[in-house]
Design a protein around this ligand. Sequence first.
Ligand code: NDP
Length: 486
Amino acid sequence: MRQHRLVLFVACVAMGIVFGSWFFTKNYIQHYGMPYRLKYDMALKNITAQDRIVPLAIIGSGCAGLAAAVYGARLHIPTVVFEGKKPGGQLTTTTWVENWPAFEKILGTDIILRLKHQALSFGARMVPDTIIAIDTKTWPFVLTMDDGSQLYALSMIIATGANPRKLEVPGEDTLWGKGVTTCAICDAPFYKDGTVVVVGGGDSAIEEALQLAPYAKHIIILVRGQSMRASAAMQDHLSEYAHIEVWFNTRIKEIKGKDHVSSIIIEKNNHEEELEINAVFLAIGHVPNTQLIKDQLTCDSNGYIILDQHTQETSRQGIFAAGDVADHRYRQAGVAAGDGIKAALDAAQFLREHGFNEDVVGKLKSQLYDPATLALKVPLQKIGSVEDFESLVKNNAEKIVVLDFYTDYCPSCLQMMPVVEAAAAGLLDKAVFAKVNALEAVDLTKKYAVPTVPMLLVFKDGALVGRNKDTLTRAQLQAFIHEFIG
Ligand code: NDP
């Protein structure tokens, strides 16, 4: 009996030590960063036979990635930015930014265009593609692009940002793009004189409501708690609009509709009711985009990459992170750009410490990855009516016809257009692409029931055979069209 008790006691102590050590290490890393770095054999002599080398690979082209590219390229490090599915990131889905240093007011898209132009002017290369896998077990790090080709990065900055959070309620997925959306600036014109709800209590929710204000006749902001998290300055704007209401203590339980949102079930002050509405605009924050590396880099319990104290270095030597993917606290464009700058300086120091300099660049010249061929794009012809469409089909009888519906004010459409142009360049003999302004070509938009932009419609022999409302990469888009080519 005594022996049993002793064994039990020893087992409890051992478990306590194991659990205590795990708990301490987890909290230590979360608060103080990594206590050590995983090292590889990073001798440059190991890469003499390697081709498709990228000295500085930047994954993501929001303000963090582009600011990093400005610094990396200006330091004469051959720098390649992989723009991803949503080139420009979250800033391109906002309108006026009033707190970007040195500008009293500037459009989010302008910040991105200026940063991109600046990075290109120093020699950074932009690739309109997505990295689908990263292997950090060996050095150079192996990057796989969505067309399956591989590249070898000497240093890397993860600037993949964050994606809009979803409500996870019944009806949300099936009605996504059919009245459930996260982009008022894209879809507000489709809800002229409609009743819409915006979900969320932060600055984004107010911004969405302000975007909708010139179009919808009634806008209800649904806040789950008793107060809004948005800044006082943003909340002040709401008082200028009599048709915007804020309902507190209200949650959506279900989104209903057949082909399009028609109503929602809400729980308001512990009471359920059905509300007839035309659209649900979600603005409930973001989740970090760390799927690519979450098993290889140390992340916190919410999925954000953990950085070494005061630097942008991750738990892997030579890999840095910048912007919302590693920042759950500030989430500001200016901070993300600052992080990008720090990450580029950290990457430059890392490369220098491993013997990388302009002589080495000269020696590696023929082995460096050259993305020039991917830059090929075919500008899309614009059509404006059903009649135009019919003659396009007639003149291209042997080809698949692809229509890209957009509006001038839709940032995701601007993001998508270069990807569509790049896909069109690779399908010249099989498909013909055209763009359609959804607000101008009203007859076409109505005939094919386009409720959201961007939207791609695919036609074979004049008949509609496919629809896509998701943002796709060049390779994914080409694969999607190939399904109809047969
Ligand atoms: P925030 O994280 O600030 O706000 C998210 C909101 O969504 C909160 O009110 C939260 O509620 C609510 N929410 C979260 N999950 C749910 C759910 N499941 N159901 C209902 N409500 C939910 O995100 P934002 O995107 O608004 O802002 C992010 C950052 O960007 C902030 O720092 C913001 O200041 C900045 N920003 C600045 C702008 C500007 O200056 N013009 C414009 C837009 C954003 P709760 O409060 O109860 O947690």
